[in-house]
Design a protein around this ligand. Sequence first.
Ligand SMILES: [Zn+2]
Length: 379
Amino acid sequence: MGLKKKLKPKKTLRIIGYVLGTILIIIIGFIIFYFYERYQLTELGYTVKASDEILKKFKKSYVMEIGENKTLNAAFESSDYKEKYLDNYSKIKYQPHKHLIKNINTLIKRKYNNNEISMILSHGTDEDVTEFAKRKQVAYLEEFFTFDYAKIKNYDRYLAYMNETGEDEENTIIQVNIDLDKEPYKDPVITDDYSCKVLVTKHRKLKDGYKPKDLITIPQEYVKGEEKVKGERVAWQNLKRMIDDAKKEGMEILVNSAYRSYEDQVEIYNEYKGLYGDEYVAKYVSTPGFSEHQTGYGFDLASAKANVFSTTKEYEWTIQNSSKYGFVHRYPTSSEEITGFSNESWHFRYVGKKIATYVYENKLVYDEYFAMFLDKESN
Ligand SMILES: [Zn+2]
């Protein structure tokens, strides 16, 4: 009471002012310091949200030492963050998955190492990995997943197929990816790819109403017989060049058949079924919707003189040269198990020069190429 009286109001105000000023300077200093710290982290590539968490958890020096790291960023952004797994996060390869950190935590608990976890994450979608993480640790992980095109969701099918067929890991992966472990024509993948990369097999059906966008009629002088034959424009342009070049070397190649509509295929299918029975059509005739001829990219070739193409010099020439024009021999004898079709010496398919050359040089069939390099969407 007495003290209060002794102090003059002016002096009291001044002291309050000093105190407040000092506090303010400390606060401003702290804010500047904080923003500078955060700035350093965001400069490094961390998001504001992650940076705030890094500072809150006092992990700045740890993070600065590691540098930019997307998985670490995701970990600090995530409510699933676990401090004890910090070292793992920084060593696991990032994938843009919604439950990335949660799945990493589960996989660590399942005793997978960092490399294995990176491998698992890179071979499936967020959902695939979430499903996979539910199971106990599996064997043969490295054996399968060193291949880029292995899919984590197919793991059980790989194992079953390998046991059943005795194929090696690589063939197992390719063949399961193109659904060879499934029954033909049952639950097919539906495709609406109109490009020359479209894959049609006994397991991949063209969408209802599928019709090539750019069909042209092939000049009759290139056709064997009287009927009008159509094909996809670019495919035909390349085939024409091929036939013309072959002619300069004394080969007479003609087109027997090319584009067939769904309705045409129904007709052919029924006709052959009536003539030769179920077994024959299963081997040689595509079920409507499953025929490459419906894409406009499939061509049945013939020699002008002989009736059996496979015994002609034209056949030999075409096998050796067609890849230069963008065509693959679609159903060779050596790959009946994969294509599901008995040898069709006459059937060539346009896929473009680059792919055709790769397929030819590596002695593959197009199904295999597709499984290895193009089948990303259903990863
Ligand atoms: Zn054909």
